[in-house]
Structure formats: structure tokens, C-alpha cells
Write a protein that binds this ligand. Structure first.
Ligand SMILES: [Zn+2]
Length: 204
């Protein structure tokens, strides 16, 4: 793209770094913006800046929030004795979209993956364990491992289960997955499949 103005190639380069965007899509987006009104570009850049300045990570579940504690954690009508453990914050959105989920979340921020040198201490497993330690177990706590049915998901689940068992608390650990294709990405699972696998969770 040597013949294109630098302002265009620079922005194409930025878009190409976004997930799922290849050089063709990046170029198409930039040319759309070239022709878009000035106000669109202004709003777009402002929205991006707001995203970085206003979005925080919830101190409790590590999901996205505009406040220290997110609206889900702050919601008294949610069952805080059922914790859905997910890999990434975007999966909270996928599970919320299925609807009817009464529990709360814990975002790990990744999965154990020895090949990529991601160990249990690199994701928020300790934070989950600390959270469980602080909880009253006068009624049973359920930890639902809502992670993808991949090798990494399996390894992460096994590790978490072992850690939770060593707490010797009244905690049931379950795993979603039945009905989900092997290797499926929760983010992209259709709602019916996701809903089924949420209902058919099995005890570990
Ligand atoms: Zn939260």
C-alpha cells in the first residue's frame, strides 16, 4: 500500500491489530471513515477515549464496570452463592444474553495453558479461592466452571476443583459443557446450545 497516504496506511495498521480484522476489512473500514462526516470521526474517537477512561475492572468478579463493583455484583437479587467462572469478561455477556442466570461471575482472565507458559498463578484462580474463603457456607456454594471444553479448559477446571476441595468448605463444583462441541468458544456458541449446556452441568 505504498501509494496510499500515510494517514490511511497508519489507521489500516491499527485496525489490522483488532481481533478478526484482516488487511482487506481494515482497508474497507478506513475508506468508510474517509468518507464519513467529521462528526462521526469525532464521536468515534471520543467513544474510544471514554472506553479507556471510564471502564474499570470490577473488584469482586473482574468483569467490566463503570464503578468499583459492577452492577451484577451489586445486585441484591442475584444469588451470590452461585459463582459462574468464565475465561473472559465477554463471556459474561454471552451468559447474560441467555437470560435467567441468577448467580454471579468470576472472570479468570485466561486459561491454564502450559504450551503458552500460562500457569495457574497467571490467571485469577487465587482471587477465586480468596473470595470463596471469605464466603459464609451456611448454605451450599456452587462454583460453575463455565469454561470451554478444550484441553486448557479441562486443565483449568481440574486445578480449580483441587484447590476448592482443599478448602474443606460446603462447596459444590460443577462444569458446563455437555452439548457444547469440543473446542467450542463460549463467546460464539448459539443461545440454545449454551442454555442447554448451562442446565446440564455435571458435578466434578
Ligand atoms: Zn462484579
Amino acid at each position: 500500500m505504498a501509494s496510499l497516504p500515510k494517514a490511511i496506511t497508519d489507521l489500516v495498521g491499527v485496525f489490522e491489530r483488532l481481533p478478526g480484522i484482516g488487511p482487506k476489512s481494515a482497508t474497507r473500514l478506513v475508506f468508510y471513515l474517509v468518507n464519513a462526516p467529521e462528526s462521526f470521526a469525532k464521536n468515534f474517537s471520543q467513544n474510544l477515549l471514554d472506553l479507556k477512561s471510564k471502564i474499570k475492572i470490577c473488584e469482586k468478579c473482574y468483569g467490566v464496570s463503570e464503578t468499583e463493583i459492577c452492577s451484577i455484583c451489586a445486585d441484591k437479587s442475584r444469588d451470590n452463592h452461585t459463582i459462574w467462572v468464565v475465561e473472559r469478561a465477554i463471556e459474561v455477556v454471552a451468559l447474560e444474553n441467555v437470560g435467567g442466570l441468577k448467580g454471579v461471575y468470576h472472570v479468570l482472565g485466561g486459561l491454564v495453558n502450559p504450551l503458552d507458559h500460562v500457569g495457574p498463578e497467571d490467571i485469577r484462580i487465587n482471587e477465586l479461592i480468596e473470595r470463596l474463603k471469605e464466603m459464609e457456607d451456611d448454605k451450599e456454594i456452587e462454583v460453575v466452571l463455565a469454561v470451554s471444553p478444550t484441553m486448557e479448559g479441562e486443565a483449568t477446571s481440574m486445578y480449580i476443583k483441587k484447590k476448592i476441595d482443599s478448602l474443606e468448605k460446603n462447596i459444590k463444583v460443577t462444569r458446563i459443557g455437555s452439548g457444547l462441541p469440543i473446542g467450542a468458544d463460549l463467546e460464539f456458541a448459539d443461545q440454545a446450545t449454551l442454555s442447554r449446556s448451562m442446565e446440564n452441568r455435571r458435578r466434578l
